[in-house]
Ligand binder design. Sequence first.
Ligand code: SF4
Ligand code: SF4
Length: 386
Amino acid sequence: MPLPSAGPPWVLDRKDLGLLLASLRSSGYRVIGPRVRDGAILYGEVKEEGELPIGWRDRQEAGTYRLERSEDLRVFDFHLGPQGWKPYLFPPHHLLWTARKDGGTFRVEAGATTDGGPLAFLGVRACEVAALRVSERVFEGGVPDPTFRDRRAALLIIAVECSSSAPTCFCPSMRTGPEVTQGFDIVLRELFSPWGHRFLIEAGTDRGRELLQPLPLRAAAEEDLADLEAQRQRVREGIHRALPVEEARGVILANLEHPRWEEVGRRCLACSNCTMVCPTCFCSTTEEVPSLSGEETQRYRRWDSCFGLGFTQLHASSVRSSISSRYRQWMSHKLATWWDQFGSSGCVGCGRCITWCPVGIDLTEEFAALRTKAASTGAKAGGVPA
Ligand code: SF4
Ligand code: SF4
């Protein structure tokens, strides 16, 4: 059978989804996908279809997340949980190197950059595909990070387009979703209608096309494409939060002394949740773990956060001792100075930081407060650097 072409999309019946998992596994991929764990949908190894969150959906709002059962047994009828794909490419705690005494000198061995065989991420949403692109700029621009580089090079991305939206989403205004249009090896679009429960499936790379080859696919018919169109419209209509990416840098940089920073600093707990769940945050620290024998020492990299007081310690004191200054640092880096550093926004509009903030701080609301003032004072709210 010839390799499925790039288009028109193909249809995979719901009952045949397990064959895709089998095709991935027989090609040597360890599949990482969504699973229900600890009252949330988290990513983990998926060995069989029954481990996916079939018939689960979530309710989320600022500071709130609940899982509930749904009756229609869709496979991907949920939104983002607290965990992104970041831990698989940028591990939270990672051995960088070990130094051992060797006679009168010492030897240094680099830590392993990968962890087992190649990974296939199953269920990457449009904003998460965008977050991976942002992370590539961070970790692979300039001096590449070997751990990220090696893991990313072996990675297969199976995107899943959102079939509904959460109230915390704002990807359209960040130009990152909700449709998946690029950056995938395979994309699935789950359709559930009187025409049946099935997936529109499309390959974006030769690797993806090879994996589709053993699957029983049929060409999409008019009703499949009409269902997709209606679904996409519903998803877009359901997204009400917004943060205009083109304006963000100008508004923030024109308002670095705005009283709103003090106000949000009184609500913020500096708990770091927003940075831990964010798919693009990358702050880290290093720690040294010497052996008791004094024969060797190991250096680890561990996730850190710009909300931590210790993270801003320079010599004897912190350069950002107030919570308001740390919140301003986080938001102004994400939305403004990230452009200067990496040539893109650091935010992709996934909404995780809104849901998982224990006091419900919402960066779209914070931005709107700055923007109102910016408009009223005539501050220039334009653009991003060329
Ligand atoms: S800042 Fe918030 S909305 Fe933006 S990418 Fe990070 S977690 Fe998502
Ligand atoms: S904004 Fe919310 S999640 Fe982030 S540090 Fe403050 S309280 Fe924690």
